[in-house]
Design a protein around this ligand. Structure first.
Ligand code: CTP
Length: 399
């Protein structure tokens, strides 16, 4: 339930605003105190009188009246959560780029509470690269995104871009507020991305890992209240500013960063695709092309997960990943045991939509007590939530 929860709700200029009276009603019925901010454009779609009546609070619209101003800083501090629904392309663009020409933007820029957006737009706008990159920016700022739905759109077309239904938004908020302190006070370490092993000053051996899965796990741990350190190999994905990110290049750099950071971490999730081999020597000058073949001699890198597994105390929980193409379960269980992990997250390259580069993944988790948890193909953020839920469940069951 939402009893005594303080919800600040901003409405922007989108046809989906017609659903906001229902959303306000559901939130108030659930016991929340709701204050509504409206952008000028939103008033063409829904009336301030309706929203002030349903929220039982005056609607806030202007930064300043003739003789007073709305305290945008205090609004962000008052709220347990700031919800922007529907989020139009225009407001999204302003939020992503720090513009501040209305009350919503001023509150957004000063908000210290969690911010969640429910975008709404027509499919073609939704698919535009600027929309994607603006949403990525919001994620990097630590904002949360309630996924859009597919269906009939205002244009008459059918496709992706519909705002989540009010019931879905309410459920999302309830779930978020319930979970946001689950890992409060806990420290977590996550590794993500590939490693690059230099051959000479211009070349390296790498792999196709994007870092998406590990970054999603780091975000999820943050959303549960954990203090997160991320050791990230070369990745182009923007990372939430509240995550302490240590950028590394090679497997050796990643090992050093992990050895420094591991002590005192309650939860460690090793999702990086670490190189198993690295060149024996790195040529000082660029290797010149010659006739015939070229061999590069490789030596084994240190297995970081195994190294941390040998150092972990009984209060530390260690989670590894296993990426397999065959004999998946057997190999995953072998890694769980030989690396002294508490859990191993298996993803198989045989599952469609799973593995490097995809926005989705399909995992099975094995814990060292013999339990197995299977999940469907989901977005990497949803998979991250499943992983963190399983970690919390395991911790509860094995106190
Ligand atoms: N790992 C690690 N350090 C390495 C290699 C792997 O920490 N040098 C970790 C990965 O982050 C992952 C787990 O070990 O959590 C399993 O990685 P994976 O590549 O699936 O297995 P490997 O142990 O490298 O074995 P193989 O490549 O033979 O399957």
């Amino acid at each position: 339930m939402l009893t005594n929860k303080k919800i600040l709700l901003a409405v922007t200029g989108s046809i989906a605003a017609y659903k906001i009276p229902s959303l306000v009603r559901l939130l108030v019925k659930g016991g929340a105190e709701v204050k509504v901010i409206m952008t000028p454009a939103s008033k063409s779609f829904v009336s301030p009188l309706t929203l002030s009546t349903l929220s039982k609070n005056p609607v806030l619209a202007d930064i300043a009246e003739d003789d007073s101003w709305a305290n945008h800083v205090m609004l962000g501090r008052w709220a347990d959560i700031f919800v922007i629904a529907p989020l139009s392309c225009n407001s999204l663009g302003k939020m992503a780029n720090g513009l501040c020409d209305n009350l919503l933007q001023a509150v957004y820029l000063s908000a210290t509470c969690p911010v969640v957006v429910a975008p709404a737009m027509d499919e073609d706008m939704w698919k535009h690269p600027s929309t994607k990159s603006n949403l990525q920016k919001l994620s990097a700022y630590g904002n949360l995104i309630i996924p859009v739905e597919s269906g009939e759109l205002a244009s008459g077309l059918t496709g992706e871009g519909r705002m989540a239904e009010p019931e879905t938004i309410v459920e999302w908020i309830m779930d978020f507020l319930k979970k946001k302190d689950e890992l409060k006070g806990k420290k977590a370490l996550v590794t993500a991305g590939p490693t690059y092993e230099s051959i000479d000053p211009v070349r390296f051996i790498g792999n196709h890992s994007s870092g998406k899965m590990g970054i999603a796990v780091a975000n999820e741990l943050v959303s549960r209240g954990a203090d997160v350190t991320l050791v990230l190999g070369p990745s182009t994905i923007k990372v939430n500013d509240v995550i302490k990110t240590i950028r590394v290049k090679s497997a050796a750099d990643m090992l050093n960063a992990c050895l420094t950071e591991f002590a005192g971490k309650d939860i460690t999730v090793m999702s990086a695709a670490v190189a198993d081999y690295t060149p024996v020597t790195i040529a000082e000058e660029k290797i010149k092309k010659t006739a015939g073949t070229l061999s590069v001699e490789l030596k084994k890198t240190t297995d970081i997960l195994k190294e941390l597994g040998s150092r972990k105390t009984k209060d530390q929980l260690l989670v590894g990943f296993a990426l397999e193409t065959n004999n998946e379960k057997a190999y995953a269980l072998k890694k769980l045991e030989s690396k002294h992990a508490d859990m191993i997250v298996l993803n198989s390259l045989n599952d469609s939509g799973a593995g490097f580069g995809y926005d989705t993944n399909k995992v099975t988790i094995f814990d060292k007590k013999g339990k197995e948890y299977s999940f469907d193909t989901k977005t990497k953020q949803e998979v991250a939530a499943d992983i963190v839920n399983t970690i919390i469940q395991y911790k509860d069951e094995n106190k």
